[in-house]
Design a protein around this ligand. Sequence first.
Ligand code: NAP
Length: 301
Amino acid sequence: MVSFDRVAIIGLGLIGSSLTRAITDKGQASSVFGFDGSEAVRAEARDIKGFGAEITDTLEEAVSNADLVIMAVPVGAVGALAEELCPYLKEGAILSDVGSVKKSIIDAVLPHLPETCYFVPGHPVAGTEYSGPKAGFSTLFEGRWCILTPLPNTPRSEVEKVSNLWAGLGSDVEEMDAEHHDIVLAITSHIPHLIAYNIVGTAADLEEVTSSEVIKYSAGGFRDFTRIAASDPVMWRDVFMNNKDAVLEMLGRFTEDLTQLQRHIRRGDAKALEDLFTRTREIRRSIVEAGQETEKPDFGR
Ligand code: NAP
């Protein structure tokens, strides 16, 4: 069933181009328009077979007459984009986004939102380490969570329209408030990325171990961190710039636990180490059981 008549996707990278493909493939809109600030990205998107959207040359052409506009640009670019596109929104239109941080995006968008329009913030918890229009694929959101962080004064009918769209793309939809979202994602996504960036950076700077040895023996665990550390630098710069408080809070907890681990190793406390590693193995099992990962290597990435 069609969720919206006309949808516009702004920003045609990994997430935006997966949305154009998925919305079209799954018949969630009568028409899909796409726009990207980069002329090169627009040209690349036009050349992709089955891209799923008509690419416009201007933001105005994409947004005018759209019933739903989804901003799929880096978190730090959302405020300026909202300022630019809001004057083109038609009465009753819904504006949404896919940003990995929610509170700062709401603060950046609301001052520009016309009174006759609605903002329903969203975050699909799905992605890969690749960027750009060629990286997108229509099944990216299937079986993944999409978190909506609606504002208390937004009519339920408008929130449900967005929720139905994501459900139509195969996602499981959950709602929570923006602050809670930012804390949950700090520990489940932002800190793991920070750790990966840090460990890969540390290995690159080591004097005693050559870089060819790091690469040669990477299957020992390092390789899995490099996949995460290959994620888009601009996207992740913006995540840390815009989710400072929650990340610093979680990082404080993480550092305390790491110091405790250091102590266990120094004191030779084998039992404490084994207890922790047994507990963490159980968490991995629960993730597999919840369908968020399979035992297969590289599943869903
Ligand atoms: P991406 O592949 O880098 O694509 C972003 C695109 O937006 C680029 O083509 C960029 O063009 C364009 N853009 C930037 N500013 C713009 C503007 N003002 N107007 C129009 N287009 C503009 O990034 P992505 O991975 O799709 O991420 C997009 C959003 O999804 C981010 O907010 C991110 O937090 C969120 N997200 C990402 C993932 C993931 O795993 N990647 C998962 C969930 C959510 P230029 O390159 O020329 O600037």
